[in-house]
Design a protein around this ligand. Structure first.
Ligand SMILES: Cc1cc2nc3c(=O)[nH]c(=O)nc-3n(C[C@H](O)[C@H](O)[C@H](O)COP(=O)(O)OP(=O)(O)OC[C@H]3O[C@@H](n4cnc5c(N)ncnc54)[C@H](O)[C@@H]3O)c2cc1C
Length: 401
């Protein structure tokens, strides 16, 4: 494949973050090629809820109307205490009047990816190649040569810049030799998609089950009534037999487990990790390729989308020559800072509250905090506005646009 180097961008990875970055770049007038190793968009149970902060960027890119038409906005989050059947509501409508998008977006990740792809198609200016995996990057002063593998065999793609959006196991990050600093949690987590009448038990569409042993995310994924239940197990248990253990788990959280219809499940390990830098020469990292968090609280893809919103503008300005490459170091510093100062600590706290309260007395401390938040609108607002820290303001000066 022969493409003119220097001005064009190769985005490796057509997940939500790669495609949103690509859409931003084409809207800035940059020529983009996107490659993805998979034949089609992955539908394994993954992201479904995003922090209220993400909607502004989706709106700017023209995706928000579709996101809200296919997904839906959520304000209330309801916690069910398994052993006492107490329900605690956190009403997030306090955001109204304080921010432009006062809700959490619910939309399964594959549908968000679909929407981004459709907008990219409609806009034009991007070529998307599936079943095409990046293997290695070779950089020089003018650009990058990426060795790729597809059903036709090995070939090379030449580009001015590469955006590594190829997920937690990023081949781009590995090829750059960058360390993925941080740690992996010891537990095994099982994400299930199920049909079950949770509202009949008192659940609201967004929420969790709180219990020292059987805590779980329990939230409605789509308008058709598919639910996500994500629980944890001992890390010593084998991933391969997770499916066999799922019925026993549901028997602990619902009175009629025979009515739970399991649609899909994935066992997975959780990490708190970030690349040592998100910028190396003519390559930049975004999304899970740049950092991974445990997903409790919906901060993984949320943080990745905020990377994309700030990166596409900065990279476009570098390519246009209106700003210099140091802006990409600023991008790296800002987004690593957001991850280590905000995303990772908040997600770790969420995870510990959900899965690591050792007994009811320990859980009670957390319940007291939730009850206090539930009854105090100012406390709720303060907590919600803290998520502004996930956002990096534009790094591009008006003169460089
Ligand atoms: C169970 C679970 C629930 C989650 N829930 C939430 C949530 O509610 N909210 C939230 O914000 N986050 C959530 N997350 C996190 C979220 O799924 C990730 O942050 C998100 O997928 C990151 O998107 P991405 O585009 O960076 O990477 P990915 O979605 O991983 O996409 C990477 C893409 O790159 C492709 N690829 C991989 N290697 C190559 C290669 N060598 N060459 C070319 N292409 C390649 C893959 O095929 C894939 O399409 C959850 C995660 C899990 C596991």
């Amino acid at each position: 494949m022969n493409m003119s180097a220097e001005r064009n961008v190769l985005v490796v990875g057509a997940g939500p973050v790669g495609l949103v970055t690509a859409l931003g770049l084409v809207q800035e007038g940059i020529e983009v090629t996107v490659i993805d190793a998979a034949e089609e968009i992955g539908t394994a149970p993954r992201a479904m809820g995003y922090m209220w902060t993400v909607s502004e960027g989706l709106d700017r890119l023209g995706m928000l109307d579709d996101a809200l038409r296919i997904g839906y906005p959520v304000q209330n989050v309801r916690f069910r205490v398994l052993q006492t059947n107490e329900f605690i509501d956190i009403d997030n409508s306090v955001l109204e009047g304080h921010v432009d998008y006062p809700y959490f977006l619910t939309l399964s990740q594959d549908l968000l990816t679909d929407i981004a792809l459709e907008h990219l198609d409609r806009h034009g200016g991007a070529t998307v190649l599936r079943s095409t995996a990046a293997k290695e990057l070779i950089q020089d002063e003018d650009g990058v040569t990426v060795v790729v593998e597809s059903p036709e065999g090995q070939s090379e793609i030449r580009a001015g810049w590469v955006v590594g959006a190829d997920g937690a196991r990023s081949a781009v990050r590995r090829s750059l030799g960058l360390e993925f600093q941080g740690f992996t949690w010891p537990e095994l987590f099982v994400a299930t998609n199920v049909h079950y009448d949770f509202p009949a038990l008192g659940h609201d569409v967004a929420g969790s089950i709180l219990d020292p042993d059987y805590g779980a995310i329990c939230a409605k994924i789509n308008r058709e009534g598919l639910w996500r239940v994500t629980f944890h197990e001992s890390g010593d248990l084998p991933d391969e037999t997770a499916g066999e253990r799922i019925p026993a788990y549901f028997a602990k959280i619902v009175p009629d487990p025979e009515n739970v219809e399991l649609v899909q499940y994935t066992p997975y390990r959780m990490h708190q990790r970030a690349a040592e830098t998100l910028h190396a020469g003519r390559a930049v990292l975004v999304g899970d390729a740049a950092h991974v968090t445990n997903p409790i609280g919906g901060l993984g893809c949320t943080t990745g989308l905020h990377d994309a919103y700030v990166l596409y503008e900065a990279l476009a300005a570098v390519i246009r020559g209106t700003t210099d490459e140091s802006i990409l170091d600023a991008y790296s510093d800002a987004r690593r800072g957001v991850f280590w100062d905000w995303t990772s600590p908040m997600a770790s706290e969420n995870k510990n509250n959900l899965y690591n309260r050792k007994d009811m007395a320990d859980l009670e401390q957390h319940l007291e905090e939730l009850r206090a938040t539930s009854s105090d609108p100012e406390l709720r607002l303060k907590g919600l506005l803290m998520f502004r820290n996930l956002v990096t303001p534009s790094l591009v000066s008006d003169a460089s646009r």
